[in-house]
Design a protein around this ligand. Structure first.
Ligand SMILES: [Zn+2]
Length: 416
């Protein structure tokens, strides 16, 4: 049989084999994965801790009676629940986006595998054509009519008079094709798993959103029951006044202390405030998510008995439960605590009698005595205290008197 195979063909086949091996040992062209399962696992761990925090809150909620006195406490717990659910939603969003990256990476690998297979086939065809031109092969013609790589391999099976070293070439082709097919099917499988995980996360997200809406609705319901709230309204207003008196006193004390110690009130260094969030009078917006003002400074009606009737600051809406609250001016934190009216709130002193106040946060991230720069993060927005939904209540006091922050918050959008 060796006589059928002239040395030219033999050489061609060898070149072909060499090229083939060369291709099959090519390093994978897909760059090191930008996202790995480990990234997602870390997020999942975080999600499970949020989930247990949430069920703890749920237990506390169900332990409360329908008692009036506990209405406020119930609202606080619901508030906390909202913040946790929002964190969960953020976590799920992060997982979804990582899965999307993973899927894109996998798709890229699949298409590269397909290209590799196509390249092998084309190379094979070119080699065979070269052999044919040499007028040496007849049986190649049969297999050359193959419509695809797979078809070609099956046609080859019907040819009996393949010589030893041809068989070696063919075997390598077969092995490579099997390897590529396996690679591709593994990738397809993992892509399907990723798609499924993404799908699950999407429905989890919808579920969480429903929980969030439910909690906010319940919160509003509790607060709209004026008989429950009317009792506390006066107390809350009084508490706010007491707080204000303390704030002025504290800021004066601090200024006196700093004068004695030859200390400045934290300087006016700014942490790279973007001009568009800079207001006038040296104040910047106390967050960078929204310029919507839900409620202005001054008198207002109190729908359903919610909130103070003489509004001492402005309510910035569109901030949700995860927006960073920023120091409007550099200064020193003089209050960082929780009250029934303001919820989690922070006050920053900017010199004697000059302060800014940030209320209803879900989280405080500074403590009293701490110096802050303009734009430094003080906490995270929320709806704690006397509040019906996430917003930032912001007050400016100058010379011991509360002034309208809107004169400084340039570009605000009226939403009341
Ligand atoms: Zn307010």
């Amino acid at each position: 049989m060796n006589t059928h195979m002239p040395s030219a063909l033999r050489r061609a086949a060898c070149v072909f084999l060499a090229a083939l091996l060369c291709l099959s040992f090519m390093a994978p062209t897909v760059a090191e994965a930008a996202v790995t399962q480990a990234d997602i696992d870390a997020l999942k761990k975080e999600a499970s801790s949020l989930s247990s925090k949430k069920s703890e809150l749920k237990n506390q909620l169900s332990a409360l009676s329908e008692d009036k006195d506990e209405a406020m406490k119930k609202k606080d717990l619901l508030d906390e629940q909202c913040a946790v659910i929002q964190e969960e939603i953020d976590n799920v969003n992060a997982q979804i986006s990582q899965y999307e990256t993973l899927i894109a990476q996998t798709e890229q690998q699949i298409s590269e595998t397909e290209e590799k297979e196509q390249a092998q086939y084309e190379l094979f065809c070119r080699r065979v054509r070269a052999m044919e031109e040499n007028g040496t092969v007849s049986y190649w013609e049969v297999i050359f009519k193959a419509t695809s790589f797979a078809d070609l391999l099956s046609r080859i099976d019907f040819i009996n008079e393949i010589m030893d070293y041809d068989e070696r070439v063919i075997q390598d082709l077969k092995d490579l094709q099997a390897q590529l097919a396996e690679e591709k099917s593994a990738l397809e499988e993992s892509k399907a798993a990723q798609e499924e995980a993404k799908q699950e996360l999407s429905s989890r997200k919808a579920e969480l959103q429903a929980q969030l809406d439910e909690a906010i609705a319940l919160m509003k319901k509790i607060q709209s029951q004026s008989d429950v709230y009317q009792d506390t309204l006066d107390a809350l207003a009084q508490e706010e006044d007491e707080i204000q008196a303390q704030i002025v006193k504290k800021s004066q004390e601090l200024a006196a202390q700093q004068a004695a110690g030859n200390n400045t009130s934290g300087g006016n260094a700014s942490t790279g405030v973007v001009t568009s969030w800079m207001g006038s009078g040296g104040y910047m917006w106390p967050e960078k998510a929204s310029k919507k003002i839900n409620s202005p400074f001054g008198s207002r009606s109190s729908p359903g008995g919610i909130g103070s009737t003489n509004h001492k600051g402005v309510d910035i809406g569109g901030v949700g439960y995860t927006t960073q609250v920023l120091a409007s001016k550099a200064g020193t934190v003089i209050v960082s605590q929780r009250s029934r009216s303001y919820g989690e709130y922070v006050v920053v002193s900017h010199g004697s009698g000059n302060t800014t106040l940030y209320a209803h946060m879900s989280k405080r991230l500074v403590s009293a005595g701490q110096k802050v720069q303009q734009g430094q993060v003080l906490g995270i927005t929320g709806s704690t205290g006397n509040s019906t939904g996430p917003h930032l209540h912001f007050e400016i006091t100058e010379g011991g008197i509360r002034v309208d922050p809107l004169q400084y918050l340039t570009g605000y959008v009226k939403n009341w």
